[in-house]
Design a protein around this ligand. Sequence first.
Ligand code: PEP
Ligand code: MG
Length: 758
Amino acid sequence: MTSVAAAAARTILTRLHEVMASRSHAQAKLNTVVEVIGRGLDSEVCSIYLLREGMLELFATRGLAQEAVHVTRMAVGEGLVGTIAEKTETLNLAEAAAHPDFSYRSETGEEKFHSFAGVPIVRHQRAVGVLSVQHVEPRRYEEVEIEALQTVAMVLSELISNAGLVDDESALSASSALTGPELLRGLTLVKGLASGIAVYHQPRVTIEHIVAEDTEAERQRVYHAFDKMREQIDRMASQAEFGVGGEHEEVLETYRMFAYDEGWARRINDAIDSGLTAEAAIERVQQRTRMRMRQIDDPRLADRMHDLEDLSNRLLRIVSGQLGTAAAKGLRGDAILIARNLGPAELLEYDRRRLKGVILEEGSLTAHVVIVARAMGVPVLGRVRGLRGLVREGDQLLLDGDEGTATVRPAPVMVEAFEARFAKSRERQAAYAALRDVEPFTRDGTRITVMINAGLRDDIPNLGFTGADGIGLFRTEFQFLVSATLPARERQTRLYRDVLEAAGDKPVVFRTVDIGGDKVLPYLRHDDGAGEENPAMGWRALRVALERDGLLKSQARALLEASAGRTLNVMFPMVSEPWEFDAAKAVFDRQLAFLKSRKKVLPEAIRFGAMLEVPALAEQLDVLAPKLSFLSIGTNDLTQFLFAADRANPKLAERYDWLSPSILRFLRRVMLNLEGTGVDVTICGEMGGRRLEALALMGIGLRRLSITPAAVGPIKELVRRVDLEEIGQAMAGWLAAPPPSLRAALLDWACARGISCD
Ligand code: PEP
Ligand code: MG
């Protein structure tokens, strides 16, 4: 905002302040307000339209016929005023009648006025009215005048609401119905259906006060908030090896650029000069940027805009002290969470009973937040462009994770249709649940082992619900992720013991902590690895555990003690060379010797395994195999390394197919190399829980799968339809001479046999 506009706005604001503080009644105040604004902006006409019972009603005017007041009413979307409200957009026209949306109202006597400018009066991000000015002379208003008008409209929104002229609640519902349904398209990250109310993970700040009492004090507040925000961003960037909240380096760089952008700070300062509070000034500048960006059609700029929007919200939260996420505030009803991206720990903070779905602007299939959501049974739609511009807090949402869509503000017929689909899907789920006690034998009589992946105490009942053969991957780091501090050894022991007890005779494979990559532990500083450029292939998992061996030691003790009198299955993540396996096993051996010396009850047996996630290990399986009881293939990591494609990078989310000959040939070679060694091989990546992928895996010889609990029913059903001999031959053919699309070939093959693989 330039200083001229600031001065004009400031004069008007001071006068408005006086008017609103006066004792006259609301209508009299509005009559004075239009006079003040009209005079201040040197306009013959100034009018205020407010939303009443879903219509925009002329509440006060200077310059138009007074008989029109409370008589002229427009629907939202009708005429210029209605268009401004509908689109929450500013119009600035030299010749109003030439605009296609112009609608002439004879009672107002407005024909002699040529130019027209109008801005929405916004409350809770929805238009509750319109402020307009008109001129006889046909000229567009100057940008500075428009800015002054926008600032005044902001103030008006507070004054109008304080005077009870618009009821916030009805404004909310009226205007949300106005915008109508909208279909969002994205990438299905977790299948399933859900309906609920949109809740922003980072709630938008409600601005309480708009007009400043003390301009200097507001300036200081913004200075301090800027300092704090810069500190936060710098800290996030220095911890980037743990991918804070799933954000990527590129985003952090942009954050940094904006956080130190003097132009942005100066514009906020100017807005404070015009008489706004710190909060209102930040919002005012943001509104202006939003408006400008809307006129530029460049997707890269749109991304930048989101970054600035994030940062502006962060600044608002700091300055207003409204810091908590929606999880901290608690969910009040069935909710669909809206975020740009999330970290797994952030998702786990939500109340599982109320969190029905998640929609992300980013996200990828194997990002840990998505794995956690899958384990929680929460459908996730990702990669929804412009999400936060299309959904508002409190909007109703129908999330269709099967189709990869979501409907915002659905019409009643849409809700009905959705409910019908929902009921169908529940029936399907019930059919799968009925397979609980059915053992998964293939048509030719081979028993396939189907286990589940888990990580939290809450996951344990899934073993009973699904009838799975055990827990093939227990991600022990989840306990660390959900704790505010490093879990003490006793707490670890208690969890492991409870899991083993609940599992009874069924095996549980504990994986030692795999932190790093996109799994952030805020309480564990990793100075040694700070600033890593590629955290997923950096200092993580076993690499951390072997260096911080206090962590592994205490986990080894906890696991050994919890398994007293039972079999302990333990495996190490991200083993790259056999010596790393040896070193980790040695930590267990030493703890075992210690417990023995103390005459403690020991595990009945200990089975050590390794995860095959780093391709290099495949070249030394002959060395490693004799030391192993089992091998678990983590295809989430393995495939990201095979393809050199960051699993958490949304830009690559759809790039590579798990059904690629490269992956399947690689896996088949591993199977062949281990033939006759007695080492059990399991797939525990997300791939194994998808029907078509599972079919391919069975075709190359895999007989053990550890998958997300929701996939157990569908996979058991699949197993029972498969003839291993037949799929084995088909796969051998396709891998010897790959067809253009292995996925398409496999799908045809499945369809021809009545096996549905959507
Ligand atoms: C994997 O990488 O496939 C795996 C199962 O481990 P995580 O997803 O926890 O990295
Ligand atoms: Mg992994």
